[in-house]
Design a protein around this ligand. Structure first.
Ligand code: GDP
Ligand code: IMO
Ligand code: MG
Length: 427
């Protein structure tokens, strides 16, 4: 059973970095398949904490080959500084492979992201400002720059010219900004070519050959199901497919190769940026979840919006991803509440609705229907097996599993690698 997908089941920041790192020691490849440095994946190893943005979390496992797939958008300056930051901390990054077909986030994509948000005003998405949306837009418009273009100056120049043609009109005439010079962009991009060259590879071939040899490949999603461009809360989403199908297109591996799809699920819910969030809390409970859970963005430093667990969303994630398992994270954060509300359904315009409505208007009107589950006060951070958990914590996990539609195969009780209860083995 060689290929597994590990992805966010909510709005991102579920603990994908920790879960990937936990499996990293037992897999041969860890592959990012979408998104870019909008992601912030935290890995805690002993007393060392790492925040990874573009690099797959497998980079911290010496036996594992980290791969940036064709579906990822790569900001070369961020990538190089992430690599040198890890090298300074003694991490060997020499095994990294980057797809030659991955698209490059150019400086003008970052500019367009920022001006677009500014002009949207009240209606802004709250993007990370990293140029993600505009880079994917260029890809779809067929004016994107790919990693392989760095190795042909003439083609690169033609492509940058084509991309800037319309953008400069827009920047100068609509947004009142200065035009961006083609030569300057080309020079900057060429400056990355030699530094990236050792890593660039035909990753589709590498991964498929690895799978043929029964090597274990783990696909690490960025963002989360509800931020998916097709299946998320559009337009308040990111511009890629974090859902399971994205692993196939974003890495060039067929769906028949994937045997396990693991949804990372926080024991409550968080969201960064704008958009609907039915269980969001604006009271001291929300404040407490933020404080105890350390809910501050790894990439932008923004406070995360916090709310209770939403089983409607979890069921939806099971369906659109074909989840085989859940990895429930941050159960320890819920210690100390007398009762814990869990959203089991929505009330929309007076009607009870069990499944996520496809209509944006309905979702905006969704009010959570809560069931109260009894809480616990015991410290659970040292629990090693399910039976070590207090009865009420066990019941909370079982209730979530029942409502969410897939077995909970691991439980996080702290940020560290070892602070995990493994119930069913993933490998
Ligand atoms: P990602 O983007 O999905 O990788 O998640 P982030 O790294 O953005 O946010 C998850 C945060 O929760 C990080 O600070 C992790 O160190 C932390 N974390 C992960 N799992 C657990 C857990 O089970 N318990 C606690 N207390 N913290 C956790
Ligand atoms: P990880 O991988 C949480 C959100 C942004 C914004 C929306 C669009 O750490 O879970 P973008 O810059 O992608 O165009 O912004 O998506 N967003 C995330 N929220 N975790 C992330 O990544 C996110 N990446 C993007 O806040 O609402
Ligand atoms: Mg994150």
């Amino acid at each position: 059973m060689p290929a597994l997908v590990l992805l966010g089941a909510q709005w991102g920041d579920e603990g994908k970095g920790k879960a990937t790192d936990l499996l990293g020691g037992s897999v041969d490849y860890v592959v990012r398949y979408q998104g870019g440095n909008n992601a912030g994946h935290t890995v805690v190893v002993g007393d060392q904490k790492y925040a990874l943005h573009l690099l797959p979390s497998g980079i911290l496992s010496p036996g594992c080959t980290p791969v940036i797939g064709n579906g990822v958008v790569v900001d070369p300056s961020v990538l190089l500084s992430e690599l040198s930051g890890l090298n300074e901390r003694g991490v060997d990054t020499s095994k990294l492979l980057i797809s030659g077909n991955a698209h490059i986030i150019t400086p003008y994509n970052v500019t367009v992201d920022k001006v677009t948000e500014r002009f949207l005003g009240k209606r802004k998405i709250g993007t990370t400002g990293r140029g993600i949306g505009p880079t994917y837009a260029d890809k779809i418009n067929r004016v994107g720059i790919r990693v392989q273009d760095l190795y042909d100056e003439s083609i690169l120049t033609q492509k940058v010219e084509a991309a800037l043609d319309v953008k400069n009109q827009m920047l100068t005439k609509l947004y009142n900004r200065r035009a961006i010079a083609v030569g300057q962009v080309v020079e900057e991009l060429l400056g990355y070519a030699d530094k990236l060259a050792p890593y660039v590879a035909d990753t589709v071939l590498v991964l498929n050959e690895a799978l043929e040899q029964d090597k274990v490949v783990l696909f690490e999603g960025g963002q989360g199901t509800l931020l998916d461009i097709d299946h998320g809360t559009y337009p308040f989403v990111t511009s890629s497919n974090p859902t399971a199908g994205g692993a196939c297109t974003g890495a060039g591996v067929g769906p028949t190769k994937i045997s396990r799809v693991i949804g990372i699920l926080k024991a409550y819910t968080t969201r960064v940026g704008a958009g609907p969030f039915p269980t969001e809390l604006f009271d001291e409970d929300g404040e407490a979840l933020r404080r105890i859970g350390g809910e501050r963005g790894v990439t932008t430093g923004r406070d995360r919006r916090c709310g209770w667990f939403d089983a409607v969303i979890a069921r939806y994630a099971t369906r659109v991803n074909g989840l085989t398992d859940f990895f429930l994270t941050k159960l320890d954060v819920l210690t100390g509440w007398e009762q814990i509300p869990v959203c089991v359904a929505y009330e929309i315009d007076g009607k009870r609705v069990e499944e996520l409505p496809y209509s944006q208007t309905d979702f905006h009107h969704a009010k959570p229907v809560y069931e109260m589950l009894p809480g616990w006060n015991e410290d659970i951070s040292k629990a090693k097996s399910f039976s070590d958990l207090p009865k009420n914590a066990q019941a909370y996990v079982k209730a979530l599993e029942e409502m969410s539609g897939a077995p909970i195969s691991a439980i996080g009780v702290g940020p560290g690698r070892t602070e995990t209860i493994e119930i069913n083995s993933f490998l």
